[in-house]
Design a protein around this ligand. Structure first.
Ligand code: ATP
Ligand code: MG
Length: 551
């Protein structure tokens, strides 16, 4: 046995016990997305769990697309899911697998159950079927087609398959127990007719298996030992086990359920995320406000931060809501380590340093990161004209040093990694707005204390006015204004935050950011963490997404 960590969640306990008792020799798990949308942060938890378990116990994990419903599935979604799982840093065993690869086998097993008298073709329509099903408190009634001879069902099933029967006219149902207290066991549908092309099998099939008939059998085909899914499938487990017991499967997988990840201020339902995209409330599946893996990536969240967050979550038998702040903690923690430092002035105000000679330039330097030597030093050209942020100047010079640690007339601040400067005079435009500050610099103060009597109020960021680049910043807030947008009355769309995106144009950033590249993380000092957004950038003006502010 491999050297494994001490079990810490109930699934690890189960696996450990199975290994110890010799019931399982190699752990095989799977992540089984339906390609009907992009993956979201909830899926990330499932991915980390399934791939993590396989890794921990020296087993393997399959990536298997549960593509049994052609209506909503597409190859675009398949490709996006592959990209997302890979980006998270996981490797699946062999090629991605598809439920559709098993359609022929599943069909054979369906015929097997019919031949055994354990499934039948039913001609109740959808409404009748609902009526016959009963309720949570009343048992259902047997379908009048339940005792139809196996040979007849087999012939009809074949006709369904080849497209000779109309959609909705017939279904194949398992013959279990219409009086079962578990509604899932009341003769569930195994196949329905859908005369619809499938993104992988084309027109080969006119019938498609239900999730319940497909899932456990797919697990068995792949030799999955521990089939981990979310709690809402707990009531499907008896059905999962009925199929695995009644079919001649190569092995018998077991299903275990854990609590879904829910985050406040966030919706994690593919259907709702799709609605946000289709109705253009957001800029596609990878809008940086979306809780999709691709949205988080575009936002600038690193795969490591997402994995660490997922690994920190309890794997429990109850659903819970996680506070967004918990996720943000992991994002900041990671970015603080990985992000290169840079300066960017969001709301530029020109300062002319009258005692610095016109045309003179000198190259100052700053650390790429305060405690990482592996990142290169930055070059910061210093010139007579610089930009500081409007918020870093006040024309109220009565503000106490304690209250306002920035620039006021007749007082000093230090430019980050640069000189100490003083503000001497305010220039106003015709409307009375401050348009420029005339100031002066204190020589020999780069990395040195200023002379006696000069006490800078604080440290502010800046860029050279002649050596900087223009950029646009996209500042994101929560997409929803309330903690539980999808649990109240009305539509979750009513709670979309109208201020979830604010674009700040023509910010001034240090020259080095002209070479910013996608996938790199930057801390704009005193402002927040940012990353380049390829989609919103133009040839001559980069755009940056704010991943998250500094706390
Ligand atoms: P959604 O409810 O968002 O449509 P889904 O369950 O229909 O998601 P699938 O593609 O079927 O989406 O999910 C693939 C796997 O991811 C399943 O095993 C499912 O249980 C798991 N999963 C989905 N959402 C979450 C979540 N919020 N937390 C943890 N696991 C999840
Ligand atoms: Mg699902």
């Amino acid at each position: 046995m491999t050297d494994i960590e001490k079990p810490s969640n109930f699934i690890q306990h189960v696996i450990q016990a199975d290994l110890d008792a010799g019931r399982v020799t190699k752990v095989i798990t799977r992540f089984p997305p339906e390609p009907n949308g992009y993956l979201h942060i909830g899926h990330a938890k499932s991915i980390c769990l399934n791939f993590g378990l396989a890794e921990q116990y020296g087993g393997s994990c399959n990536l298997r697309f549960d593509d049994t419903n052609p209506e909503k599935e597409s190859d675009e979604f398949v490709q996006a899911i592959i990209e997302d799982v890979r980006w998270l840093g996981f490797n699946w065993d062999g090629e991605p697998r598809f439920a559709s690869d098993y359609f022929a086998q599943l069909y054979d097993w369906a015929k097997y159950l019919v031949a055994e008298g354990k499934a039948y073709i039913c001609e109740l329509n959808a409404e009748q079927m609902r009526e016959y099903r009963g309720t949570l408190t009343e048992p259902g009634k047997n379908s009048p087609y339940r005792e139809r001879p196996a040979a007849e069902s087999l012939a009809l099933l074949e006709q369904m398959r080849v497209g000779a029967i109309d959609e909705g006219a017939m279904t194949l149902r398992a013959k279990i127990d219409m009086a079962s207290p578990n509604v899932n066991m009341r003769d569930p549908v195994m196949y329905r007719i859908k005369k619809m092309a499938h993104h992988r099998t084309g027109d080969a099939w006119n019938i498609y298996p239900s999730y319940d008939f497909a899932h456990g059998q797919e697990d068995a085909i792949e030799g999955v030992t521990h089939s981990v899914c979310t709690l809402e499938f707990a009531a499907n487990r008896p059905l999962y086990e009925w199929f695995t017991k009644n079919l001649p499967l190569p092995c018998v997988p077991r299903q275990y359920e854990f609590g879904r990840l829910n985050l406040n201020y966030t919706v994690t339902s593919k259907r709702k995320l799709k609605q946000l995209v289709d109705e253009q409330h957001v800029d596609g599946w990878n809008d940086p406000r979306m809780p999709t893996i691709s949205g988080l990536r575009r936002r600038g969240v690193s795969a490591a931060a997402l994995r660490e967050f997922c690994d920190s979550l309890a794997v429990a038998k109850t659903d819970g809501v996680v506070d967004l702040a918990q996720f943000e903690h992991f994002i900041r923690d990671d970015l603080n380590t990985v992000a290169q430092r840079a300066m960017c002035v969001l709301n530029p105000l020109k300062v002319t340093l009258s005692n610095y000679p016109e045309g003179q330039e000198e190259m100052l330097t700053a650390a790429g990161h305060p405690n990482r030597d592996d990142l290169p030093e930055r070059c910061l050209p210093f010139t007579r004209e610089i930009y500081i942020d409007r918020a870093d100047f006040s024309d109220d010079s009565t503000l106490s040093r304690k209250k306002f640690k920035r620039l006021v007339i007749d007082d000093y601040v230090r430019l980050r990694s640069g000189y100490v400067i003083k503000a001497d005079e305010i220039v106003r435009d015709s409307s009375g707005e401050i348009s420029e500050i005339i100031g002066s610099y204190v020589p020999n103060t780069v990395g040195e204390d200023p002379p006696e009597g000069i006490r800078p109020r604080g440290v502010i960021h800046w860029v050279s006015a002649s050596h900087c680049i223009d950029c646009d910043l996209y500042l994101y807030e929560n997409l929803f204004t309330v903690p539980a947008p999808d649990s109240g009355e009305g539509s979750f769309l009513d709670f979309i935050n109208p201020e979830s995106l604010k674009i700040v144009r023509n910010c001034k950033a240090e020259v080095g950011l002209a070479n910013a590249s996608e996938g790199e993380h930057y801390q704009f000092e005193r402002e927040g963490y940012y990353c380049l957004d390829a989609k919103n950038s133009t040839a001559d003006k980069p755009a940056f997404n704010r991943t998250i502010d500094l706390r």
